[in-house]
Design a protein around this ligand. Structure first.
Ligand SMILES: *Cc1c(COP(=O)(O)O)cnc(C)c1O
Length: 479
């Protein structure tokens, strides 16, 4: 296609009406939710940028696929469709469906990690690290330094630093390295890609020392798009070719189908090794379901097999990332500090710079998510100290370099006008930023605390106010 705009290669066949709320209603809702956007009711949310996980819109073909669900307990035809698709487009030999990405991470971690093993990876992902630790492994971050600097415009901030990786291997011995956990389009770094050169280099480095490499291929197609855009030699290669080449360097992958595969639920583990596949299938039977359904209905397997192919359409990915960049550029133009380059699945606001008056121990990113919600009903997610949690040894809060608010764009769901509303709201809150106060825990769960934690304001004053004439909607009761 020769048109210049990123416009979508689809039209809208069905709509889902949204409830518009008043500011007073939103203030009550966020207080009731303990200032945690995860605890809001979705009916109180206008534009939901909490996550793109399972929140995308399926195509008419995927919906039609649901009607072709073969709900046989064993050997469903839909399982074989998924197996064919993964073999064809990822190139791995064995495919084990799971209820979602963390199910695949659980199986891989339990099979590959012995207690005391090290698991180097390019930054962490919450559920990935959790399952590695649950299996007795210790995650160690070997991502390039550029990834920890939100201002650095390096085009491949997802890359592994080969020297850091080798240092971990030298310190512990290759026998104590379970595998390299290589995430594509690194979520916590702001949706930042790895280059093919880096994947090739670190995979060789690992394989020479007998260490397997497993991709978190949840966002592999977005990563392929960036390789095509930015890496010399790939401009004329198709996303399909790039994905196959990437997978070819590695030994298998875990995937959450809820992102690039465009489904509301599902995931899979894919590996080349026969023995490992047999062990994982065994665990699958215990934790997920029979190895041909892995906790999913046949219809879900079908929708995932179709979505996987749709994700590799060049115009689809161009519009997906084009929309994210449209929002990101609007925020840059408005002077909002965001992570650069703009990522693949969302825009990440640097909350430390947005709210410099709030100390890290009062969780500026968490406070900003609450303020944005109150302003406009836009729901975002904290990706900073609350998400990282405490040091398992010392029990102290860890303060990562990145204290971010993630505005994640669900695929094929919102329009350009919705993006405009989001940008207007972020700008309005930015003008009022001095009135936002920090938060402290009133309830702190032990595991993956960000999901269910509750907070209160550190001062009695509540979340910020915005003058009624600029607010999206305001109630007559506000001051
Ligand atoms: C979402 C996600 C996961 C976890 O997948 P779920 O389907 O939510 O269990 C793992 N890794 C990455 C990079 C993800 O984005």
């Amino acid at each position: 296609m020769s048109h210049q705009s990123w416009a979508e290669p689809f039209k809208i066949k069905m709509v889902e009406p949204l409830r518009m709320t008043t500011r007073a209603e939103r203030e009550a809702a966020i207080a009731e939710a303990g200032f945690n956007t995860f605890l809001l009711r979705s009916t109180d949310v206008y534009i939901d940028l909490l996550t793109d996980s399972g929140t995308g819109a399926m195509s008419d073909r995927q919906w039609a696929g649901l009607m072709l669900g073969d709900e046989s307990y064993a050997g469903s035809v839909n399982y074989y469709h998924l197996e064919d698709a993964v073999r064809e487009y990822f190139g791995y030999k064995h495919v084990i469906p799971t209820h979602q990405g963390r199910g695949a991470e659980h199986l891989l971690s339990q099979v590959c990690i012995n207690p005391g093993d090290m698991v180097p990876g390019n930054m962490y992902f919450t559920t990935t690290k959790f399952h590695q630790q649950l299996a007795g492994g210790q995650f160690v971050d070997v991502i390039v330094d550029e990834a920890h600097d939100p201002e650095n415009e390096y085009p491949f901030k997802g890359n592994v630093d080969p020297e850091k990786l080798q240092a971990v291997i030298d310190e512990h011995g290759s026998g104590r390295i379970a595998y390299l956990s290589l995430e594509t389009n690194v979520n916590m770094a702001g949706g930042q890609p790895c280059s093919m050169a880096n994947i090739r280099c670190v995979s060789q480095l690992c394989h020479e020392q007998g260490i397997p490499v497993y991709l978190d291929a949840t966002r592999a197609v977005e990563n392929c798009y960036f390789i095509k855009q930015r890496e010399p030699g790939y401009a004329d290669r198709s996303l399909r070719e790039i994905l196959l080449e990437m997978c070819d360097f590695t030994d298998g992958c875990t995937v959450s189908g809820k992102k690039d595969c465009l489904v509301n639920i599902g995931g899979f583990l894919a590996v080349n090794d026969d023995k490992l596949a047999a062990q994982a299938r065994n665990l699958c039977v215990a934790f997920e379901g029979l190895h041909t359904y892995g906790g999913l209905a046949g219809r879900d397997l079908e929708a995932m097999a179709i979505g996987l192919v749709e994700s590799l359409d060049e115009n689809h990915m161009r519009a997906r990332i084009g929309q994210v960049h449209y929002l990101g550029q609007k925020l840059i133009d408005a002077g909002i500090p965001i992570v650069k380059p703009i990522g693949g699945h969302g825009v990440f606001i640097n909350a430390e710079r947005f709210l410099p008056h709030i100390p890290r121990e009062h969780f500026p990113a968490q406070a900003l998510t609450a303020a944005l919600y109150v302003d406009s009903g836009v729901r975002t997610m904290e990706r900073g100290a609350v998400s990282v949690g405490r040091d398992p040894k010392t029990g102290e809060n860890i303060y990562p370099n990145l204290e971010l608010v993630r505005l994640t764009i669900p695929q094929r769901v919102y329009t350009q006008a919705h993006m405009d509303v989001v940008a207007e709201s972020v700008s309005a809150v930015h003008l009022q930023r001095d009135s936002i106060s920090g938060l402290r825990f009133t309830y702190e769960p032990e595991l993956l605390r960000f999901f269910q934690a509750r907070f209160e304001s550190v001062i009695e004053k509540r979340v910020p106010t915005r003058s009624p004439e600029t607010a999206l909607s305001s109630s007559s009761s506000e001051k």
